[in-house]
Design a protein around this ligand. Structure first.
Ligand code: NAD
Ligand code: TDX
Length: 339
């Protein structure tokens, strides 16, 4: 079959492409990506010459181009990773989040309906559930937890999820939605916590921890997320939402200390900075449904995954050094300069 993957030049989309090539070499992959600041063609260089892979630079909001590519490539399945994905940027400037994350999703779904795509999968996030209190470790997000967003980013993702479920109910649109916790691993853009701390450590720069570093995230190795999505598109039930997470809750400060330890850098690099506005306290996923229905379980232990990730950033300095030497510097100064 032909799988159209949007946002495949970004972090999770590219890892999904690599996973698909390995797990299902018989399937043809078509990647479309606008190549925003977060998309990198160099990430895809190992698959660029593969006859079973094709890349198009395209904005998922550009209806005419989207229809054109669906007409040409006739995808059987569409997996939508394309999004503006960084909470801090959404706090600075929400508009592009609404455009890509909501209008882009609607445009893709309209194309799927027009060209009879058999399955559409929306890659969503646990952030649509809002946050949990720090003093209630017994509480988790299930698929029934009400949507209750905090940031412009999570609101735009929630709006897209609602639209997907509305297309399913109204038109019988064959869609699934997955809501995953925080991912980490290779090709993670260095504005996000783990790669930012690795890059700063390696450059002996301050490690900017928001607030007191007590916020909790539930970390999952990116390949485990890709395996879960693969199961959903092949075996998941249409019209269903699946939570994905590995019961791996960590406080931010503990992650940063672990990274210092991995790299042999002093914790004195840690600098506490002004907190993120509206900062979600804790995310924690209950993955019972995907485990019971599809047999999914995370395979990578956090200590192993973090070790592999740190090693990847050590082995692939050129990839992230090129990123942080460009427009990123203006971003960094704006975000952290006076914090
Ligand atoms: P990312 O920012 O690394 O990559 C996003 C990709 O989408 C980039 O390649 C970018 O160029 C592309 N893109 C952006 N706007 C586009 C547009 N208008 N048209 C076409 N392409 C466009 O993001 P990521 O971390 O890989 O996240 C992928 C998806 O997974 C997102 O939908 C995100 O909401 C979701 N998600 C991420 C995490 C996480 O921890 N990173 C966790 C749960 C869910
Ligand atoms: O410099 C930093 N210092 C810091 O303390 C950065 C960049 C982050 N943080 C904190 C904020 C969060 O509590 O670390 C935590 C993780 O921050 P991010 O890496 O920005 O991720 P988060 O906001 O949790 O969102 C991520 O997970 C859910 C992804 O970026 C989203 O796309 C996904 O939906």
């Amino acid at each position: 079959m032909t799988i159209l993957i949007t946002g495949g030049a970004g972090f999770i989309g590219s890892n999904f492409i690599f996973y698909q090539r390995k797990a299902h070499p018989e399937d043809k992959l078509v990647c479309v990506d606008k190549l925003t600041y977060a998309g990198n063609l160099s990430t895809l260089k190992s698959v660029m010459d593969d006859p079973m892979f094709r890349f198009y630079r395209m904005d998922i909001c550009d209806r005419e181009s989207v229809y054109q590519i669906f007409e040409t490539e006739k995808p059987d399945v569409v997996v939508n990773f394309a999004a503006e994905s960084h909470v801090d940027r959404s706090i600075e400037d929400p508009c592009v989040f609404l455009q890509t994350n909501i209008i882009g999703t609607a445009t893709l779904m309209d194309a799927c309906r027009k060209y009879g795509v058999k399955r559409y999968h929306q890659v969503s996030t646990d952030e649509v559930y809002g946050d949990l209190p720090l003093d209630r470790p017994d509480l988790f997000f299930t698929e029934e937890t009400p949507i209750h967003t905090s940031s412009p980013y999570s609101s735009s993702k929630a709006a897209a999820d609602l639209l997907v479920m509305a297309y399913h109910r109204t038109y019988g649109f064959p869609a699934t939605v997955s809501r995953c916790s925080n991912n980490y691993g290779p090709y993670h853009f260095p504005e996000k916590l783990i790669p930012l701390m690795i890059a700063n450590c390696l450059n002996d720069k301050p490690l900017p921890v928001y607030g007191e570093g007590l916020n909790v995230r539930d970390w999952l190795y990116v390949e485990d997320h890709c395996k879960a999505i693969d199961l959903i598109i092949r075996k998941g039930r249409v019209g269903e939402v699946y939570n994905i997470g590995g019961h791996n809750e960590m406080r931010n400060i503990d992650i940063v200390k672990l990274i210092c330890k991995e790299l042999g850098k002093p914790e004195s690099l840690i600098t506490y900075v002004t907190d993120r506005k509206g900062h979600d306290l804790r995310y924690a996923i209950d993955p019972t449904k995907i485990h019971n229905e599809l047999g999914w379980l995370p395979e990578t232990k956090f200590t192993d995954g973090l070790h592999k990730t740190v090693q990847w950033y050590l082995d692939n300095r050129a990839w992230w050094e090129e990123i942080i030497s460009g427009e990123y510097q203006t971003y960094y100064e704006r975000m952290y300069g006076n914090r």
